[in-house]
Design a protein. Structure first.
Lengths: 593, 87
């Protein structure tokens, strides 16, 4: 059977499963559509949250980023998991107690202001739309590589599938398809990792293999990898980072951004009880950790495998002839994600770090520049081929990558559509809308959101990577602080919250735009995006635009507290509302006095 | 009634104390051991590298899981002790 047929069976089979689940779990009421009726078991919700959270970025890109950056990119591992601790302790249980449908619902009620509610809706829509573009393009890439259709065609197929189950099933359909998608993506991610870990270290548990000995050399795997990359002029894989301030702020931005992303928060509205919301955050992190503990192993092993493929006799000997390159390199060359240019005309592939420090060694070896450019994103997808694994593993990876992209896209689309139908239409424009009318509005706004996301995916504004930073920055600087102050302070009032959210949102956007271009229009950046141009850059401790979300959040807190302390405290009924979300039992008892 | 209110206050104080302790550990394993204190832990070898690297790529995640389950278990118990649990 051809590889194409195998891929088709795996991808087609998984899609048939998602559709079947959607038909089984149709939503009949707004409560089912928004929060799956509020009756989802905490373990099931944890699994759905894991699929919701782990996007194309986690599945496809993260291991590649770690492979390229080594220790320095551990920020993604800590940042994208540490947020769940904040969610479990600072947000999820109280928002579940509050018991409404959306994130702006809480902000609007707690800060007794339609203005605050609409600012929250705006933050939510900007964060979610920018995020969904990345998912749709990720799905398009996976389709075009594995199903041999154009990436536009792939996007349309992806959109139709998401449309079918998300519009029909709402949160209820999405929850149960996400459970299935989690199972598909985790199997797809771990099976190749187990094989590769066995091949390289003899240990079948990849996270343990990472710290085991490399069979061939007898050295610890990481020490071997350090040695190989050092010979080629790269930084040691495990080398420490100099700018620790930026590393801390970037990790913090990812953590509070994770805790502030609306599509993750609304998943905790679906469990029956406050106690379940706490457990559910723990289960979500367990399911996420299965992938996040495997990813660093995949990263280091794939990097070592790649180097061994190119330098079969070691980094100090001759590299492989281009004519004898393996098949996977040929297939990926057609996608343009691997590029080769024989700069010194010797017919061999030279890969090294083309820096002044290494120029003398390169000249001595007759090298004339790095000749192979490998896009980080192919690492996970090409992993089974690099390790010579059987065809069905490749089919599985295809289905897994699509599951990761589609499950996150569906969660984001639900967050967007519920904000529009519930917060904008029912909350401000037409409060007397009927249940049936609201459900119809939710479905229509989701349909529109899918069309817009697909169009943006087909015509990516050319800044997909930067916009993800924007999504996290906005969630970190606007939504997270507003929610946290709403729960932990009785003193922060409507003026404080609105001023704080706007200050956080604007300062973060401006800082990102200064370096990445105003509204991401190429060529409009005020400063070049290099470390010495960043804020405090001259000290060697510059703050990168990607790390600014944490600073934006601090600005939000400071502005909100200052403005609130200068204006009247919130009315008594709001203080009672705060009191009531703090206690799992009914509001009447908690505020009894 | 006044008794009930002070009970509620004690419950919230206990929750805040638990959160502060948990977040101190959360920050110590990630920002501390994983990033800022890594040079100090460089003497402790773990599989070809040092303890700081292990915390950054595995240890912090495992600690986060333990923290959430500990918090959930402890809070669900406190809910009952203070009589603020559901049902």
């Amino acid at each position: 059977m051809s590889q194409f047929a195998i891929n088709l069976i795996f991808v087609g089979g998984s899609f048939a499963l998602y559709i079947a689940i959607a038909i089984w779990a149709r939503a009949g009421t707004t409560k089912e559509f928004y929060v799956a009726g509020g009756g989802v078991n905490p373990v099931v919700n944890g699994m759905a949250t894991a699929a919701d959270w782990m996007s194309a970025a986690s599945f496809i890109s993260m291991a590649g980023l770690i492979a390229a950056g080594g220790y320095a990119n551990s920020t993604f591992l800590m940042g994208w998991t540490g947020g769940y601790v904040l969610l479990a302790m600072l947000l999820a249980p109280y928002l579940r107690k509050f018991g409404k449908f959306t994130v702006p619902d809480f902000i609007g009620d707690r800060f007794y202001s339609t203005g605050a509610r609409l600012v929250a809706v705006a933050c939510l829509i900007i964060a979610s739309v920018t995020y969904v573009i990345g998912q749709m393009t990720g799905a398009g890439v996976a389709f075009s590589r594995f199903l041999e259709v154009s990436s536009d065609m792939g996007l349309i197929i992806a959109a139709v599938i998401v449309f079918l189950y998300a519009v029909m099933g709402g949160m209820k359909g999405i929850t149960y398809t996400q459970v299935a998608q989690y199972v598909v993506l985790i199997i797809a991610y771990t099976i190749p990792a187990v094989f590769i870990s066995l091949q390289l270290t003899g240990n079948f548990v990849p996270p343990l293999g990472l710290f085991s000995d490399h069979i061939e050399s007898g050295m610890p795997l990481l020490a071997k990898l350090d040695e190989v990359v050092r010979e080629l002029g790269f930084r040691d894989y495990t080398a420490d980072v100099d700018n620790k301030l930026n590393m801390v702020l970037f990790t913090l931005s990812l953590m509070i951004g994770t805790a502030g992303l609306p599509h993750v928060i609304i998943r905790f509205f679906t469990v029956p009880k406050v106690a379940d919301a706490r457990w559910s955050a723990g289960w979500a992190l367990v399911f996420i950790a299965l992938l996040y503990l495997t990813a660093p192993a995949v990263a280091s092993m794939a990097r070592l495998n790649l180097m061994t493929t190119i330098y079969p006799a070691g980094p100090t000997a001759d590299s492989i002839l281009y004519a004898e390159r393996p098949d996977w390199m040929k297939t990926w060359e057609t996608t343009g994600l691997i590029k080769f240019d024989d700069k010194n005309g010797d017919g061999r592939i030279q890969v090294y770090n083309d820096t002044p420090a290494f120029a003398a060694t390169a000249a001595e070896r007759g090298w004339n520049g790095n000749e192979l450019v490998v896009n980080n994103d192919i690492l996970v997808l090409a992993n089974p081929e690099i390790a010579n694994l059987p065809g069905w593993v490749i089919g599985l990876i295809a289905a897994g990558g699509l599951a990761a992209a589609l499950s996150t896209a569906a969660g984001l689309l639900l967050a967007i559509s519920s904000a529009i139908s519930h917060d904008v239409i029912k909350g401000s424009i037409k409060p007397d809308i009927s249940e049936k009318g609201e459900l119809m509005a939710a479905r229509i706004s989701m349909g529109v959101a899918i069309v817009v996301a697909t169009w943006l995916g087909m015509n990516p504004p050319g800044f997909a990577a930067q916009t993800v930073a924007l999504a996290f920055g906005i969630a970190a600087a606007s939504i997270f602080p507003a929610l946290m102050m709403g729960i932990f302070s009785k003193r922060v009032n409507n003026y404080g919250a609105i001023a704080g959210m706007l200050a956080g949102l604007i300062s973060t956007c401006v800082y990102i735009f200064l370096y990445l271009g105003w509204f991401f229009i190429p060529g409009t950046a005020t400063f070049a995006n290099t470390p010495d141009n960043w804020l405090f850059g001259s000290t060697g401790y510059g703050i990168s635009p990607l790390s600014f979300g944490a600073v934006g959040a601090m600005i939000n807190f400071a502005v909100a507290f200052t403005v609130s302390s200068l204006t009247a405290p919130p009315p008594v009924r709001i203080q009672e509302l705060v009191e009531s979300v703090r206690f799992p039992r009914g509001a009447g008892q908690a505020v009894d006095h | 009634m006044a008794d009930h209110k002070s009970n509620a206050k004690a419950y919230w104080q206990a929750n805040l104390r638990l959160i502060i302790i948990s977040l101190a550990i959360w920050a110590l394993v990630s920002y501390g051991f994983g990033i800022l204190l890594r040079p100090m832990l460089s003497g402790i070898a773990v599989g070809g590298t040092d303890l700081g690297f292990w915390f950054a790529q595995q240890g912090s995640i495992l600690t986060f899981i333990a923290l959430i389950f500990f918090y959930a278990w402890r809070m669900n118990k406190l809910d009952k002790e203070f009589g603020v649990d559901e049902e």
